[in-house]
Structures are given as C-alpha cells and as structure tokens.
Ligand binder design. Structure first.
Ligand code: PAF
Length: 289
C-alpha cells in the first residue's frame, strides 16, 4: 500500500507502519527476501553503496528515511539537518531500492511512548562520551525499524563503526531475527569519508578534512611498526590540532569486535577510531588495523 508518491518518483513511499507491513507481507507472499537500509536521508554514494549491497543480497530493498530526533543532542543539528526528500527518493530508485519508508515523527514516536533501548558496553566511550543519549536514540529507533519491517538483513555503514557495533550487540542481546551486514566506507579521492554533514564544511575546512583519515591511517601504520597504541594516538591528536581542528574528541584504538580499549600493541583485529571538529562540523572516521 502506498501512502504518498511524489510525481517524479517511481517507487512506493510508505509513511505508516501498517503500509510498510502490507508492502513487506506482499513481498513475502511472493516468496521474496527483504533487506532494510536505515538512513536519515541526504543520501550520498556511501548510502547508495549500502542499497546496492542490500539489492545484491535480497530480492527487495526498503530504504528508511527518518531524521531521528532522539539521537540528536539539544545543541546539535537536528533542525538544520538536510532533508532533500525528492532527490533521495530518486536516488533510492536509481540504486536499486524498491520502496522508501519515511514515517513522520508522530508515527515513529506516538504520544505516550515510554520505552527506550539502552545498549551497555559498546555504547560507552568514544562518541558515547561526547554525545550523551545518542546511542540510546539510535538503538531505540533501529529496534523499532527492525520490528516494523522484519527484514531478513539490515545494512549499515562501517563509517559509523561504533553504531554498527551497538546494533550488532542489540540484535544479539534481544534475539532479533535479522542478519546485520556492514558496508565498507566510501571515500572521496583524497580520503575524506562521505558523510551527509560534509556539506557543512567551508572550502578551507574541506581542504583540511581529509587529515582525519590520514592521521587514523598513520596510527594504523605506527601500530604495524610496533608503536604502542596510546603513543600513536597522542601523536595523531597533536597533528589534528596543528592542522586546524578546533576540537579532537578522541583518537583511540579498540578491538574490532566489542570495542575493548587497546593502549599497547593489538593482538587481534582492531580498529582506529577518531572524531574531531572543524569549524562547526563534527567528523568521524575509522580504519581497520
Ligand atoms: O546512521 C544513521 O543514519 C542513523 O544513525 C540510523 C542508523 C539511520 C538511525 O537513525
């Protein structure tokens, strides 16, 4: 069932839980497998690579577009977050998506809603330290999206690596019958990870922004040469400040699965994660070790 369909868009745009469930039930009756790609819109090639990954794995792909108020802090960019909805719907269709799910806030959070989902451990530290409540907002909305769509798989970007770990943990802990698939980070030619927030960068900030990725790669290279993680991260933080980042929230090495802190030399798969602010724009990135 379709709630609304902008004229230029050839894919159903679903605005209610009931219409999403009708659509998915129809696909199920026809024997189709179903993938969900949760997004907040302002879609770029990174998101579209996730849609293509989903389409390669499943017969039908639904892309949710919902700027989730509960994952933004009071001083963050919820009000000005970009919402180019018609362009997003066209992009979903061109990348092989079959439906857009775009509920209004009142549909996702009906009056009286009193339940939140908190994931311990992996939500703490890193972005959890600088964005209190952020991962509770993410975990709550992702739990709802998964229960609303009941997909076979759900695809998330590795760019938000801590978020991916939080979602893997919640799905394991709550026995949600869905496979969580991580998609690789898509980058500009100079290494900057694609992000909906890159559009906030002024030209001089855009020129400096790739340094975050470069410094994280530098930490990974230093670890490979035997430098302890703590020393390599301290050096990277100093280099980011020197390059013009106004604030460096963290550069840390963590275990790739479970995000346990590593200050010495990793003895298994690890990840270098960083977050830093340029002007008004907070950038995050991570690289494998
Ligand atoms: O990564 C995002 O865009 C959001 O955090 C998500 C997973 C769609 C939840 O709102």
């Amino acid at each position: 069932m379709t709630d609304a369909a902008p004229a230029a868009v050839s894919r159903p745009v679903l605005a209610t839980v009931a219409s999403l469930r009708d659509q998915v039930a129809g696909w199920r009756r026809a024997g189709r497998s179903v993938a969900l790609v949760p997004t907040m819109g302002a879609l770029h090639d990174g998101h579209l690579s996730l849609v293509r990954l989903a389409a390669a794995r499943c017969d039908r792909v639904v892309v949710s577009i919902f700027v989730n108020p509960t994952q933004f802090g009071p001083t963050e960019d919820f009000a000005r977050y970009p919402r180019p909805f018609a362009a997003d719907c066209a992009a979903v269709a061109s990348a092989g998506g079959h439906a857009v799910y775009a509920p209004p806030v009142e549909e996702m959070y009906p009056a009286g809603m009193a339940t939140t989902v908190t994931v311990g451990g992996v939500s703490e530290g890193l972005c959890g330290a600088t964005r209190p409540g952020h991962f509770q907002g993410v975990a709550t909305v992702v739990s709802k999206l998964l229960l609303q769509a009941l997909p076979d798989i759900a695809v998330f970007g590795e760019k938000d690596y801590q978020q991916l770990q939080v979602i893997r943990r919640l799905v394991r802990d709550l026995d949600v019958p869905v496979e969580i698939v991580g998609g690789p980070t898509v980058r500009e030619a100079d290494g900057l990870a694609l992000s909906s927030r890159n559009r906030y960068l002024a030209p001089d900030e855009r020129a400096v922004a790739p340094r975050l990725h470069a410094e994280l790669c530098g930490v990974a290279a230093a670890l490979a040469e035997g430098t302890p993680a703590a020393a390599a991260c301290t050096e990277a933080v100093a280099a980011l400040h020197a390059a013009g980042f106004a604030r460096v929230d963290y550069v840390e090495v963590r275990a790739a699965d479970g995000l346990a802190p590593i200050t010495g030399t990793p003895d298994g798969p690890a990840r270098v994660l960083g977050a830093a602010v340029l002007g008004q724009t907070r950038l995050i990135d991570s690289v494998p070790v």
